[in-house]
Write a protein that binds this ligand. Structure first.
Ligand SMILES: C[S@@+](CC[C@H](N)C(=O)[O-])C[C@H]1O[C@@H](n2cnc3c(N)ncnc32)[C@H](O)[C@@H]1O
Length: 299
């Protein structure tokens, strides 16, 4: 067909458009196209995360006192996982990580101590999803047995390691989850809590692929009229295991607590009379399993 002036012009324009389309550029640990980084306005890159309220859509609900808000999982999985990656959550609770992993076409393995929670969370998925997408294990995440069970599930899913680790432990004894001696919320002392936490984190370290990321979600507490930095103490133990801290994010908790309004005045009175401040935040700490480059002042 003879080409008209108009069609030649159109072809030239198409060629010019193609020339400016850049190839997709991603890191090995996510699907963010760095050549189009301006499009990802939804991804938080700051150290202060504020959410007005809890997301209760797409399978999520506030059905477990102590579950984390799904927006944390959404942010973390987009930033630190690729499609089809396996998220390992060693304090699975009500399965927020599993639900969001499925929503975002990731896979998940969750370990939870309480059998009744394992049964309850299993009912949130259909039988096929429970094999292909979300594997749930009842066990003590600090134990060798739980580690071996995770390894067996990874093998069934065609992987040697998980690609992202979520640790959302009890905040010591702030919420008591069970009477079991293996339960991190049931430790006789806070030192024992740190010891058990480190054992779980060690299993997580061994099960995580090299150069991949982990998130620790944790808050601090008051006891015996003093402030106890659970977050920074657990961060130190993660570092002792070989994790490298990449970020310490402070997140508001005011939007995700039930019935806060009813006791607000009482807490304000207690704060004023006791010389302390009321918790409005918790931490999301990001770590990478990687070798630190030596810098000048390192020993
Ligand atoms: C803060 S909650 C996690 C909530 C979860 N992120 C969610 O969104 O539902 C901590 C969970 O850890 C569980 N847990 C405590 N000790 C454990 C252990 N040794 N091994 C496995 N799970 C444990 C508790 O039963 C509780 O469900």
């Amino acid at each position: 067909m003879p080409s008209t002036k108009a069609s030649v012009k159109k072809i030239k324009k198409q060629k010019a458009d193609l020339a400016v389309i850049k190839p997709v550029k991603t890191k090995p640990y996510n699907d963010i196209d760095l050549n189009n980084w301006k499009l990802y306005e939804n991804i938080k890159t700051g150290t202060w995360w504020e959410f007005a309220s809890r997301d209760k859509s797409r399978g999520h609900s506030y059905d477990y006192h102590g579950n984390y808000i799904p927006q944390i999982a959404t942010q973390l999985f987009e930033r630190y996982t690729k499609k089809n990656d396996i998220v390992l959550d060693l304090f699975f609770g009500s399965g927020t990580s599993g639900i969001e992993a499925k929503n975002m076409q990731r896979r998940c393995i969750g370990v939870e101590l309480k059998q009744e929670m394992v049964d309850y969370v299993s009912s949130k998925f259909n039988p096929k999803e429970l094999v292909v997408d979300v594997n749930i294990i009842q066990g003590d995440s600090a134990s060798v047995e739980a580690k071996e069970k995770v390894q067996a599930r990874l093998e069934i899913m065609g992987e040697k390691h998980a690609q992202f680790l979520v640790l959302h432990p009890p905040y010591d004894d702030i919420i008591k989850f069970s009477d079991k001696k293996e339960d991190l919320s049931n430790c006789a002392t806070t030192e024992e809590f740190y010891d058990l936490f480190k054992k779980v984190a060690k299993n997580g370290y061994d099960l995580l692929e090299q150069n991949r990321f982990a998130a620790l979600i944790i808050g601090d507490k008051y006891a015996n009229s003093r402030y106890i930095s659970l977050g920074f103490e657990c961060q130190r133990r993660m570092e002792e295991l070989g994790f490298v801290t990449k970020a310490v994010i402070v997140k508001n908790i005011t939007g995700n607590e039930k019935a806060k309004g009813k006791t607000a005045n009482l807490w304000r009175y207690r704060a004023l009379s006791g010389g302390f401040n009321i918790f409005e935040h918790e931490y999301i700490m990001i770590f990478q399993k990687t070798k630190l480059k030596k810098v000048k002042n390192d020993k």
